[in-house]
Design a protein around this ligand. Structure first.
Ligand code: PXP
Length: 238
């Protein structure tokens, strides 16, 4: 399983002082050096962490940039100008602390279809962040998404509460939907709330192409440095 490291939280700390440090770009380069296969950054409408300049610099400096974004006119224009290797479309709410759920692709296919075509014309791969549900997978396939990223937040919350019954239900659901999506020819990523402990049930599942992880790695970075934190996860999900 590949690892894309989300560096938004480095920018979150920078924004506390707005004095340029710590640098999400430097963090991204160190994460790559430690074995990250890709770097993810979310350009939010309110620019609460990563900003436009970061995205342009990341595109220049990292090997594979995944730009997480809501499909708004403004952010889409930037994405088409930056041309990252991949965009991941997510729902976005102003008040949320972090992305709270997957996109409602089912029933809104027309909303995404045309933009996916525009991204494809520029050679940008498109990932849709969705709940592990059959109708969402079918809808993503119908509109030619390349990748789907399953929202693992519900699973991670069950893990936090040590709710064994819910953990089992969520793992079963995720595994079934990973297989289903794979059979449909979609590449599968997972992300949200994943850490060194709750990733364990997915280790060795070669149907998962990539895990997208931010918070836990940047939290571990405070204690042990970004290279060690990235390297530990990299070795775990080999
Ligand atoms: N994937 C997506 C689509 C996300 O929105 C986020 C959060 O920014 C992540 C992965 C990473 O989640 P976390 O920071 O909890 O590891």
């Amino acid at each position: 399983m590949k690892l894309s490291v989300n560096i938004d939280h480095i920018a979150t700390i920078r924004e506390q002082r707005k004095e340029g440090s710590p640098s999400p770009i430097f963090g991204a380069l160190l994460a790559e050096k430690a074995g990250a296969n890709g770097i993810t950054a979310h350009l939010r409408e309110d620019r609460r962490h990563t900003n436009d300049e970061d995205i342009y610099l990341l595109k220049k400096m990292v090997k594979r940039l995944n730009l997480e974004m809501a499909l708004t006119k403004e952010i889409k224009k930037i994405a088409l100008d930056v041309v990252p290797a991949q965009v991941t479309l997510v729902p976005e709410k102003r008040q949320e602390l972090t992305t709270e759920c997957g996109l409602a692709v089912f029933g809104n296919e027309e909303l995404y279809k045309e933009s996916i075509e525009e991204f494809h014309k520029k050679g940008i791969e498109v990932s849709l962040f969705i709940e592990p549900e059959k109708n969402e997978i079918d809808a993503a396939k119908k509109i030619n998404a390349d990748i789907i990223e399953f929202h693992t937040g519900t699973y991670a919350n069950a893990f936090l509460k040590d709710d064994k019954k819910a953990i089992k239900i969520e793992i079963t659901k995720l595994n079934e939907m990973i297989t289903y999506a794979n059979q449909k020819g979609l590449r599968v990523h997972i992300g949200h709330g994943l850490d060194l402990n709750n990733i364990v049930p997915f280790m060795g599942n070669n149907l998962i192409e990539e895990a997208s992880i931010g918070h836990s790695i940047i939290a571990d970075t405070i204690y042990e440095g970004i290279e060690t934190a990235v390297n530990k996860m990299r070795k775990k999900i080999l």
